[in-house]
Write a protein that binds this ligand. Structure first.
Ligand code: PLP
Length: 633
């Protein structure tokens, strides 16, 4: 449990039980669900890994926790206004996710945020009778604005946040045409620089928001159009996953100044929207590294409330209602990606035992001497010598002076030398040169996992975002294999070779040896934000299976799977790139018929090939791993 850092990144939602199984606690309390049981239950419904497990109760818990944190801070600070959070749909658009968040937030007046026209269509329909806000961000055309203002016309509290001056113009035009008084917000381009992987969302070169000059102009335009009463909100978004609380505090202070200035200019205002950015401590280090946060959700809430109150008091302006657009912090923890390891590629296991009397080449003999002879040199020097000999052997092979056996002997000896050096380094305390530390990575096995990094873990591939990864069972067994993970795409980038720092920043994952007949599942945690929708169809693998898990009210540690969403079949992804199943079948059939006519294949074999092709079109894109169970004696 400690090895994988559960107590650091997993608390209070994930832990390991006495039998070594990973458990989820979706309500952050004592209720426990073994992930392995969910996998089995899903299998009984015909749903296999790779799959996403969503814990709906965990989503609910996150919404409640955010709202409670703000309610508590407001009470503690005697803050004289309300908290009115919204969930940004872009972070996870799935209907079941939005429904759960909306229902959980109902009691708190928690609303929705849309960043595009399709998201606005979702937001308006899903908002229902919510008392929450509906905030419209993103670039807007006339249709976007017309949709939103029609919603305003039916009495809804929908706020159009202008990202640029041309949008203010459009809002004025369309609201005149529809004869409706709009609610308008302005997005500030703050001077405070963001921090982390998404830092470019603010600052002078950000693509969003109004500069101070544009803000003045926007205010003037509204006033001139007789819409002074419409300006109700000031918004900023400093970028997602802000690792350092100081950055957030500075941004809140700067934005509150903007807010107060507008209020003092006589605009009604009333709301300050501090955007997203509230991060997740993916690596459990509680630091300001990019995949971590040096603050908690509760500290964030206290800081927003405190800083806004302080600045408003100084500026003698009434405190605004507070809005956050936290997405990642709400949804990241609720889903786990499960993948099955089905192959181990090991350098160590395929090594040859090289006997001295079998050696024909000098370079092999030199490596043999390095491994078995007396050696008075230090580890680093031995490594350099061995590396030089290995490169020499590679070059001799390329030029035709070393045969295949010689090359295999040289490689085997080289890896055995590395293996020995690595063990020595492992036992030695204190400083070690970088090249020797890197040996562990060089010698790591590759565990081949049935999933696609491009589909399910895009931020890892694109931005080196780290996610906690652990086996789902056998955690009471000491792992003895160091491995990196490779996926099934035909792309060497399709791998995970950076992990949250477990021990001494080693870039491999300690795992268990695979056992014949026993499936070995890995869980990739905290993947509920952004990953689902941003994934792409590289190699046409497409969407994975999904199960939605609910805690069973009637049973202590019971759960049930309410919904399953089937991953893509081959037919589905092929249709996405313009192939009709029918057309493909016809094309193949023509070729088989020709081969049959020319007596290349027997008609019966041709027919069964055609049947296989048609049947495969209906099956899943990922590998169909069928483990043969060990026979009992
Ligand atoms: N609001 C806006 C305008 C955004 O662009 C984003 C995402 O980057 C968010 C909210 C959500 O941010 P986060 O997921 O960091 O909470």
């Amino acid at each position: 449990e400690r090895l994988y850092g559960f107590n650091r990144w997993g608390t209070p939602y994930f832990s390991v039980d006495k039998e070594g199984f990973v458990c989820a606690h979706p309500d952050a309390d004592e209720r426990t669900v073994r992930i392995d049981d969910v996998i089995k239950e899903a299998a009984s419904k015909g749903i296999k890994a790779p799959m996403v497990i969503r814990f709906q109760d965990l989503l609910r818990n996150r919404v409640q926790r955010l709202n409670k944190a703000f309610a508590d801070s407001i009470a503690e600070e005697n803050y004289p206004a309300r908290y009115r959070g919204v969930f940004p749909i872009k972070v996870n658009q799935l209907r079941e996710v939005i429904e759960e968040i909306r229902d959980a937030g109902e009691a708190h007046g928690y609303g929705l945020e849309a960043g595009s026209k399709p998201e606005l269509l979702i937001a308006m329909a899903m908002h229902q009778d919510s008392q929450g806000l509906l905030i419209c961000n993103g670039y807007k055309d006339e249709d976007y604005i017309r949709l939103a203002l029609n919603y305003r016309k039916i009495g809804k509290e929908i706020i159009l946040v202008a990202e640029q001056l041309s949008e203010v113009e459009l809002i004025i035009k369309v609201s005149r045409e529809l004869r409706v008084e709009p609610l308008v917000g302005l997005r500030a381009k703050l001077g405070t620089r963001g921090e982390g992987k998404w830092a470019m969302s603010t600052g002078d070169n950000a693509k969003f928001g109004l500069t101070s000059m544009e803000m003045l102009e926007a205010a003037r335009m509204l006033e001139k159009a007789d819409l002074k009463e419409s300006l109700r909100l000031l918004h900023f978004h400093i970028g997602s996953q802000v690792p350092n609380i100081i950055t957030l505090k500075n941004a809140v202070v700067e934005a509150t100044r903007y807010y107060c200035q507008l209020k003092k200019m006589g605009f009604p205002m009333g709301s300050l929207d501090v955007g997203g950015g509230l991060g997740i401590d993916y690596d459990g280090s509680r630091s300001n590294y990019e995949s971590s946060t040096n603050y908690s959700l509760e500290e964030y809430a206290r800081d927003v409330v405190y800083n806004v109150k302080q600045i408003c008091a100084k500026m003698k302006v009434p405190c605004p209602d507070l809005t956050t657009e936290s997405g990642r912090a709400i949804v990241a923890p609720h889903s786990i990606l499960i993948t099955e390891v089905f192959e181990r590629i090991s350098k160590r296991e395929s090594l040859l035992k090289v006997r001295k009397d079998e050696i024909k080449d000098q370079v092999v003999s030199d490596l043999h001497e390095m491994l078995y002879g007396r050696n008075k040199y230090g580890a680093l020097e031995i490594y350099h010598d061995a590396l030089q000999k290995k490169e020499e052997a590679d070059s001799l092979f390329s030029h035709g002076y070393l045969d295949l056996v010689g090359r295999a002997q040289a490689e085997s000896l080289f890896w055995q030398i590395c293996d020995r050096l690595e063990k020595k380094v492992y036992k030695t305390r204190g400083y070690q040169p970088e090249e020797l530390i890197g040996l562990s990575e060089l010698l790591s096995d590759q565990y081949v996992c049935n999933f696609s990094v491009f589909q399910s873990l895009l931020d890892h591939w694109a931005l080196d975002q780290l996610f906690p990864i652990t086996p789902i069972a056998r955690l009471n067994e000491r792992p003895s294999v160091n491995a990196i993970l490779v996926d099934i795409t035909c792309d060497s980038d399709g791998k995970v070779s950076k992990f949250i720092d477990l021990e001494d920043e080693k870039q491999y994952l300690p795992l268990h040896p695979l056992k014949k007949g026993d499936p070995y599942f890995l869980g990739i945690f905290l993947v509920g934000a952004y990953q689902d929708i941003m994934g792409d169809n590289h190699n046409l693998f497409g969407r994975v299976n999904e199960v939605h898990v609910f805690l069973d009210e009637d049973e202590d540690d019971g759960f049930y799977i309410e919904d399953t969403i089937k991953g893509y079949r081959m037919k589905d992804v092929l249709e996405g790139v313009q192939y009709s199943a029918e057309g493909l079948c016809q094309n193949l059939k023509r070729q088989i018929d020709k081969a049959t006519k020319e007596d290349i294949v027997r008609p019966r074999d041709g027919v069964s090939f055609m049947e296989l092709y048609e049947q495969q079109l209906q099956t899943k894109t990922y590998l169909n791993i069928t483990k043969k169970k060990k026979r009992r004696a």
